[in-house]
Every structure is written in structure tokens, then in C-alpha cells.
Design a protein around this ligand. Structure first.
Ligand code: ADP
Length: 403
């Protein structure tokens, strides 16, 4: 007689030499980082009653309220990561700037780490990341590596480096910090004195992103291409359009490229692939993030499976969920108002809650700062034009100020 399989058998994994059930068990999925991404991952895993174990500095951080298993510690510190990870069955991240030495050791000792520490080592360093693309023939803007500001100026002097160029700090950057566009000799004071990756200034038509997921079984699935529009003052995504307003041909090429990139990294979990569509309609990889990403927040409200649930599925080697779009959407980052630093309060909350198709996601950060990511809103509608008009209203009405 064939035994009937239960849902729990379907999700069973081999772990620590025994077949262990993930759901309704003491299975431990650990996450390094307890910010908004950790919080939204915890909420998604909560659908299956799977608690997340989270390591970050303070329980008052966004994810702290959504798991009883919060460990206070520094994910950049070897001892903290090792001690936390030792008790986990599977370990993942919400931020790539974690202590990978500890992750390598944990991996040796049998803890499953997704994304793999070697992948994180490559991605954390923009220089190594670009060298990886060059080695794997993945299209990316031409680049060179420099030890410091003096070396950059020397190359300019010698005539081997020409203006304009984009300087990126190899290891210290995020959200546009650590990126400097140097247009001409009059802007040399903007050059950072740090180990850098310097690349050609790309003539950008659109900034696109594709989130792709892969599990240990080798299943790969991608989300519809999105179009990111940046706030030029804050250098943050402030408006994201799904689906991207691009031709079917470009969408297919972007999708294909993202899948090639995740295969090249041989990585499990999500990979957010940020792309530049150039004015000559070439697609270049800008950078990747091996985790849930700002460019996938809309999936909570507008796709069959959210990026957060997908990441959990992928790192636990579960079947991946459908990425089909339920409806068009616009995602708006809700940033701290300029010139406001202090205890956060929200203006326009009632009006936004009353609007059709507006889904507010607030991260619970108590202190607001100019352009700090305090939340996001996903506006869904039957068509993009309606979603855009509603999103414009949200941007006008909703403000995060210091009270
Ligand atoms: P971060 O990791 O801090 O987000 P990015 O590499 O994504 O840094 O750069 C931030 C933004 O700067 C990009 O979204 C894009 O608008 C602009 N940018 C980055 N690289 C280039 C480039 N080579 N040419 C033109 N603009 C660029």
C-alpha cells in the first residue's frame, strides 16, 4: 500500500543528519538582519506558522515585533553570527554586509547557508562583482579598479581614464551612498579616497529590475520586469512601475539575462538583478542583491506569491510559487520628509487608508530622517494609468515628519 503524503512530508528536508519537518516542528530558519526586509519575511513565513529566528542589534528594530526569537547581536561580528548560526538549520540574510567568515565556518559545520557565503563575498565587493560579470561574459559597463583617490587622479593625468565616469566605493556603498558621478575636472573634490570600482557613465534610458528565485532542486522562476524611477536628490527608488513599460522583446531579454546571472552565481534564494537599459537599447547588469529587494515590494499586493514568501520557499528548497501578476501596480517608497529629524509621525494616513487600491506598509521606525525609508505603498489598479494617478495622490498626501 502506498502511504499518503501529507503537506508536511512534501516540505520535509534533510537537516543535521535527520529528516526533519519544517512546518509544525522546531525547525529553525535564521535570518541575519531585522530591518523591514526581515519583518516582511517574518510576516510571510508566519502564513505557514513558521517563526523566524532573527539576529540584529535591537529588538526595537522593525522585525523585532514579529518574532519571539530575536537575538540581540551584530551581524558583522564573527562571534555573534557564529553563536546565532550554530543553532539554525538554515541561515539566510536580509542584508549582504554580514560577517561571511563566520558563515563559511558554519557551512563547514553543516549549517545550510543561502545565499552561499562565497556568493556573498563576491557580491559584497563591487570590484569582485564586476570581475565576476567580466569572467562570465555577462554584459556590464566597462570598469577598472583603483586603490584610492590618488590612483584615480594619476590615471586621469596619464590619460588612461577620461571624464565623465562613475566612482563606486568597493565595499561601503548602499542606496546610492558610496556612488559619485564625476563629470569633469571641476568635480575632483567629489572623488572619494577609498578602494574603488570606476566605470563608464552609462547613457541610461530606463533602470529595470528582475527578481529571480532558485532553489536547491534547480527550479528557477522570475517576476515580471519592473521599471525603477529614482529620486535624484535622495538617489533612492521612489516610484516603481510593474509591469515595466518596455517592449516585449526587451522584457524577454531582461528576463533571460537575470536567469543567466542567477545560474552563473549558482545561488539559492532570491536574486534581485538591477539592469540599465541604455539609450541604444542595450541591457547591462548594474548590480545584484541576493535577497528580497526594494524592487520587489509590490509583489506582496500584486503577484500570486510575494518575494518574501518566495525567498523562504527558495532557501528551504520548497516548490517555488507562481510569480504571475494579479494586476498592474506602482510602488512608492515612503521616505522621511526633508529637513525633518526626530520622532516620526504620519500626515495623511486617514486619506490614504480610504483610497481604493492603496496598500500601506509602515516599517515602524520610531525616528525619521530626511529620505529615510520609513515604509512603502503599493497602489494596485486595473490599469497602470489609474495606479499612477492614485500613487501621485499618495505622494502628495502622505508625509512622514518629526513631531
Ligand atoms: P547602490 O548600490 O548604492 O544602489 P548603484 O550602483 O545602484 O548603487 O548606483 C546608484 C544609482 O546611480 C543607480 O541607480 C543609477 O541611477 C546611478 N548609476 C550607477 N552607476 C551608473 C553608471 N555607470 N552610469 C550612470 N548612472 C549610474
Amino acid at each position: 500500500m502506498i502511504e499518503e503524503l501529507t503537506i508536511f512530508d512534501t516540505f520535509a528536508v534533510k537537516s543535521k543528519n535527520m529528516k526533519q519537518q519544517i512546518i509544525n516542528s522546531d525547525f529553525k530558519l535564521g535570518v541575519l538582519g531585522g530591518g523591514q526586509l526581515g519583518k516582511m519575511m517574518a510576516l510571510a513565513a508566519g502564513n505557514w506558522h513558521l517563526p523566524l529566528h532573527i539576529l540584529d542589534k535591537e529588538k526595537s528594530f522593525p522585525a523585532g515585533l514579529f518574532t519571539p526569537y530575536f537575538t540581540a547581536g551584530d551581524f558583522k561580528n564573527y562571534d555573534d553570527v557564529y553563536a546565532f548560526g550554530k543553532n539554525m538549520d538554515v541561515l539566510t540574510i536580509e542584508i549582504e554586509h554580514v560577517n561571511t567568515e563566520a558563515l563559511h565556518q558554519l557551512e563547514k559545520e553543516g549549517v545550510k547557508v543561502h545565499p552561499a557565503p562565497a556568493v556573498l563575498d563576491t557580491i559584497k565587493d563591487k570590484g569582485l562583482q564586476k570581475q565576476f560579470y567580466a569572467k562570465k561574459n555577462i554584459p556590464t559597463a566597462p570598469f577598472r579598479l583603483f586603490a584610492d583617490k590618488a590612483a584615480i587622479l594619476e590615471a586621469v593625468e596619464e590619460g588612461t581614464l577620461a571624464y565623465p565616469f562613475v566612482q563606486k566605493s568597493r565595499t561601503a556603498g548602499y542606496d546610492g551612498k558610496g556612488v559619485a558621478v564625476i563629470k569633469d575636472a571641476g568635480q575632483t573634490d567629489k572623488i572619494m579616497d577609498t578602494p574603488s570600482m570606476v566605470e563608464d557613465l552609462v547613457d541610461i534610458d530606463k533602470e529595470l529590475a528582475v527578481i529571480v528565485a532558485r532553489n536547491e532542486a534547480g527550479q528557477v522562476i522570475s517576476y515580471p520586469v519592473v521599471d525603477m524611477e529614482f529620486n535624484p536628490d535622495a538617489n533612492l527608488v521612489e516610484w516603481l512601475v510593474c509591469p515595466a513599460e518596455i517592449s516585449e522583446d526587451i522584457a524577454q531579454k531582461a528576463d533571460q539575462l537575470a536567469k543567466e546571472v542567477i545560474e552563473a552565481f549558482d545561488c539559492c534564494g532570491l536574486l534581485a538583478v538591477e539592469l540599465f537599459l541604455t539609450k541604444s537599447q542595450e541591457i547591462l547588469v548594474n548590480e545584484v542583491a541576493p535577497r528580497p529587494h526594494n524592487s520587489g515590494h509590490h509583489t506582496i499586493d500584486s503577484c500570486y506569491t510575494s518575494q518574501f514568501e518566495q525567498h523562504v520557499r527558495a532557501v528551504l528548497n520548497m516548490p517555488l510559487g507562481s510569480t504571475k501578476m494579479k494586476c498592474p501596480s506602482i510602488m512608492v517608497n515612503l521616505l522621511g520628509a526633508p529637513e525633518h529629524t526626530g520622532h516620526a509621525s504620519y500626515e495623511g494616513l486617514d486619506e490614504c487608508l480610504a483610497m481604493e487600491g492603496v496598500n500601506l506598509h509602515l516599517y515602524g521606525k520610531t525616528t525619521t530622517k530626511p529620505f529615510r525609508k520609513m515604509g512603502h505603498a503599493t497602489v494596485v489598479a486595473d490599469d497602470l494609468a489609474t495606479a499612477k494617478s492614485q500613487a501621485r495622490k499618495v505622494k502628495d498626501i502622505f508625509r512622514i515628519v518629526a513631531s
